[in-house]
Structures are given as structure tokens and as C-alpha cells.
Design a protein around this ligand. Structure first.
Ligand SMILES: Cc1cc2nc3c(=O)[nH]c(=O)nc-3n(C[C@H](O)[C@H](O)[C@H](O)COP(=O)(O)OP(=O)(O)OC[C@H]3O[C@@H](n4cnc5c(N)ncnc54)[C@H](O)[C@@H]3O)c2cc1C
Length: 445
């Protein structure tokens, strides 16, 4: 078996690297040895990284593609909204990373620790230098629970959950199931986040659950958001304000969670419009959406923009300084809502961009910022928001009013989208609904 490994790997300074590269062969390409140079190197094996590796292996050959990814498990995060509400199991959201790495592609089980784009190399946290011709950065974003005083240790107490992490999503369901009476509190932080609808989806689901179990009359349901609006796109925001009124939900805008006192069941918010003013809310259930930020590893590298996100061209996803570096997904500074739906649309554009660059041609395909957010408003209801860079609706279904709650869209979210994710996006076969939208609108959109 050792014959499968190249001599330079056997001489590697790091035994873990030898082991990880060796085991990756078992499920990728038996017979192929890991190399120190790849034509295409993908950083991050989440939604965007796997999708791009699957697409680019068809262009350059699987043996010329590697993915650097430390996690043993890959999660379909959008389903966590339903896990937190007890409608899906957390187990259904994850699959071993080994099973989603496109066959023949090398999996480097490390974290990227440093970039050297001038010399086309990265350094992993176990000290290996890997060089590339083309680099795809798909590192996602980072959750910062620690920026809220009292967290993450507060999660040790019951009554607090967060759908944003696999470690805390089941705590949301426990808190909801065990709710007795008082305030059910939902938060939205003062940073960019992924899936900006998710912090309020769990509120609507909790409202529905409490109604179903006869506890709604004992609950005050409160959404404290840092934002000045309920949702960024007016068409859907108007519909959501109607729901909020109809269901007797309280929305406090410009309220930012700064502290959780888990023992006392108290959450402290600052009023962003009145600096220095804070307000304490008691709770019987608290759902926290944490502050989020760019991957720390980008910091100080020449790949970041002034806010720390990967600096890419918003039209073709090519890095603004390095022509052989590209970005996709949550880690980028693309000015659209960070979702897997956006990743899908971006993957089709980036596929085209890289293909053109490989042929020494100028990128030509333009990303319009397409993103989508299935706003789950009950156990069988969804308002399907789809929009572009200009926050204008960019809808797929011309015969439906997408600002209305729909049962069909709920089944799309709960049953169809997971299949499309595992068997379409991650296989590099799903690039978003753009072509279907054009067809459904008889070529007019
Ligand atoms: C609760 C919740 C609900 C959501 N709902 C929806 C929804 O309804 N619809 C929708 O479209 N989207 C939704 N999303 C958002 C969607 O899941 C993300 O936008 C999408 O997964 C982003 O893909 P990505 O590839 O950019 O990042 P990820 O899929 O997060 O992947 C990033 C990868 O990079 C790896 N990584 C990190 N650091 C390093 C490093 N230093 N070196 C190497 N690898 C590294 C990570 O391990 C990870 O695997 C939701 C997300 C959550 C949490």
C-alpha cells in the first residue's frame, strides 16, 4: 500500500499529512499520489468548493484538482432551520466529506493557513506548501458567538439555541419544546450574515409550534434585529410585516444583542440609534444569530478588501488583483445576500469565467447577484424570495405571487432543495434556476 505514496510524502515533516493524503486516496483515486502542485487548487470543501471542484475536474481532469478542507463532515446548512423547529433531524443534514469530494479529486485534510498569491502558493496549517496555476477560494464565513458576552458558555444552559451551528441547532428545538410561558426571543446581529432570512424563519416556526401545542397565549414572541428593516427587499418585507401583525409578533428594529446572562435568563441589547442605551429582556426561550465575519486567514493577505472579505469582481468572480485567483460564496465581497442559492448561480458564472481564462480569453459572463431565501413562515408555508444585486425581485415562477405563503414552496424547501443540493449543486450540475426562469418567462427575463 505504501507504494501508492510518492517518496516526497514519505519524507514529509508531518506524519498526519502523510496519513491524511494516504487515506484520501482510498476514497478518491487509488493509484494517484498527492502532489505539491495542482492546476486547480480549491480552498474549502463546503457548498461552493465542492461545486467548483466537480465542475473544474471536467475541464482539467480530476488528477489536476485538489481541495483543502479540514472537516470530516459536510453539512447542508439550509435544513437547520427545520432541524431547530423539530421538522427534520440533524443527522439528515450531514454526510461524510469523503463522500462529497468528487471522485478522483485529491482531498487535502488541512486548513489553509497562509497565502502567497505572488508566488502562486498556499501554506497549510501542518506546514505543507502547495502551488497552483488557478486558485478557487471558497472558505465560507466565520461565526463569532464569542463576541456576545456570556457566550458560547451560555449554551450549556437550556433555553438557548442557535440554528447557525451544528453544535447548537438541536438546542433550539429543546428550548422550543420545553417553552412554558414568557418571552420567546429571536435576534439578528449587527454584521453581514449568511441567509439573512433564517433569524426570523425560526420565529415564525416557533409561533406555529406554540399555537399547535396550545401555548401561544402564554408567549410574547419578540424579534430584536440590528437592521433598520424587517427584510431588504420591499416586496417581501411588506408581506412579512402583514404576517407579523396578523400573528401578534413584536419586532424591535436597531436592537443588537450584546450579552446573555444565561443563569438569570436575561438578554441585553444595545439600541443602535441611541448609543449607550441598553435594554434587558427576560426570556423563556432565546434563539441567537451570532455576529459573523470573513475567514480570519484572509486577514493581512493581499486577497482581502478593506472589510476583510475576498476582493472579487462582482460580475465575473475573478480576484480584483490576481487574475488566476477566483472566489465563490460567503467568503467573497459580492454585494448580495450570502446563500447556497447564490453559490449555485455563482458556480455557473465562475465555471464560464475559469473556462475562458484557461483558453486565454476574457471573462464574459455576468453574475446579476441572484440569490434566494425561502422564508419559512410555518410548518407547511414558504414565501420564496428571489432577488438580485439591486434588491429587485428576480422570480422563477411567473404564475405564482411569490410574496404569498405557499405550500408548494414549502415542499421545494423541505424536500426538493436538499436533493438538488446533494445531487445537483455538489455534482456541478446545478447552476441555479436562471435557464428555467428564462424559459418560464418565455425568454423575457
Ligand atoms: C441556519 C441556516 C439557514 C440557511 N438557509 C439557507 C437557505 O434557506 N437557502 C440558501 O440558499 N442558503 C441558506 N443558508 C446559507 C448557506 O448554507 C451558505 O450560504 C452556503 O453554504 C455557503 O457556501 P460556502 O461554500 O460559501 O461556505 P460553506 O458551505 O460554509 O463552506 C466553507 C468551507 O470552508 C472550510 N474552511 C473554513 N476555513 C478553512 C481553512 N482555513 N482552510 C480550508 N477550509 C476551510 C469550512 O470547513 C467549510 O467546509 C443557510 C445557512 C444557515 C446556517
Amino acid at each position: 500500500m505504501a507504494a501508492l505514496l510518492q517518496p516526497q510524502l514519505l519524507l514529509s515533516r508531518n506524519p498526519c499529512r502523510v496519513l491524511s493524503v494516504f487515506t484520501s486516496h482510498i476514497h478518491t483515486s487509488p493509484g494517484l499520489a498527492a502532489k505539491d502542485h495542482y492546476k486547480v487548487l480549491v480552498l474549502g470543501g463546503g457548498s461552493g468548493g465542492i461545486a467548483m471542484a466537480a465542475r473544474l475536474k471536467r475541464k482539467v481532469g480530476a488528477e489536476n484538482v485538489a481541495i483543502v478542507e479540514p472537516s470530516e463532515m459536510h453539512y447542508y446548512q439550509p435544513i437547520w432551520t427545520l432541524v431547530g423547529a423539530g421538522a427534520k433531524s440533524v443527522a439528515s443534514s450531514g454526510r461524510p466529506t469523503a463522500g462529497v469530494i468528487p471522485s478522483g479529486v485529491t482531498w487535502v485534510r488541512s486548513k489553509v493557513a497562509e497565502f502567497d498569491p505572488k508566488n502562486n502558493t498556499v501554506l497549510t496549517d501542518d506546514g505543507e506548501k502547495i502551488s497552483y496555476d488557478y486558485l478557487i477560494v471558497a472558505l465560507g464565513l466565520e461565526l463569532h458567538y464569542e463576541k456576545i458576552k456570556g457566550l458560547p458558555e451560555g449554551f450549556e444552559h437550556p433555553k438557548i439555541g442557535s440554528n447557525y451551528s451544528v453544535k447548537t441547532v438541536e438546542k433550539t428545538w429543546n428550548a422550543l419544546k420545553n417553552f412554558k410561558e414568557g418571552n420567546a426571543l429571536f435576534t439578528f446581529p449587527n454584521t453581514p450574515i449568511k441567509c439573512a432570512g433564517a433569524p426570523q424563519k425560526i420565529m415564525y416556526l416557533s409561533d406555529a409550534f406554540l399555537r399547535k401545542t396550545g401555548k401561544r397565549s402564554k408567549a410574547n414572541i419578540i424579534f430584536n434585529s440590528s437592521l433598520p428593516v424587517l427584510f431588504g427587499v420591499k416586496k417581501y418585507a411588506d408581506a412579512l410585516w402583514e404576517l407579523v401583525k396578523e400573528r401578534d409578533l413584536t419586532v424591535n428594529l436597531r436592537h443588537n444583542l450584546i450579552e446573555v446572562r444565561a443563569e438569570q435568563q436575561e438578554a441585553v441589547f444595545e439600541n443602535l440609534d441611541k448609543p449607550g442605551e441598553t435594554q434587558i429582556f427576560k426570556y423563556d426561550m432565546l434563539h441567537v444569530t451570532p455576529p459573523m465575519g470573513p475567514p480570519a486567514v484572509l486577514k493581512g493577505s493581499s486577497l482581502e478588501d478593506s472589510s476583510g472579505w475576498l476582493d472579487v469582481n462582482k460580475s465575473n468572480l475573478q480576484h480584483n488583483t490576481y487574475a488566476n485567483v477566483f472566489g465563490i460564496g460567503d467568503c467573497t465581497n459580492l454585494p448580495t445576500s450570502k446563500t447556497a442559492a447564490a453559490v449555485a448561480a455563482q458556480s455557473a458564472v465562475l465555471d464560464r469565467t475559469v473556462s475562458r481564462v484557461l483558453k486565454k480569453q476574457t471573462p464574459d459572463k455576468a453574475y446579476d447577484g441572484y440569490t434566494s431565501c425561502p422564508l419559512v413562515t410555518g410548518y407547511s408555508k414558504v414565501i420564496l424570495a428571489e432577488f438580485d444585486y439591486n434588491l429587485q425581485p428576480l422570480e422563477t415562477f411567473p404564475l405564482l405571487d411569490q410574496s404569498k405563503e405557499s405550500r408548494i414552496m414549502y415542499h421545494m424547501k423541505a424536500d426538493v432543495m436538499p436533493h438538488l443540493y446533494w445531487h445537483g449543486l455538489l455534482k456541478g450540475l446545478w447552476g441555479g434556476p436562471g435557464p428555467y426562469r428564462t424559459m418560464m418567462h418565455l425568454g423575457m427575463k
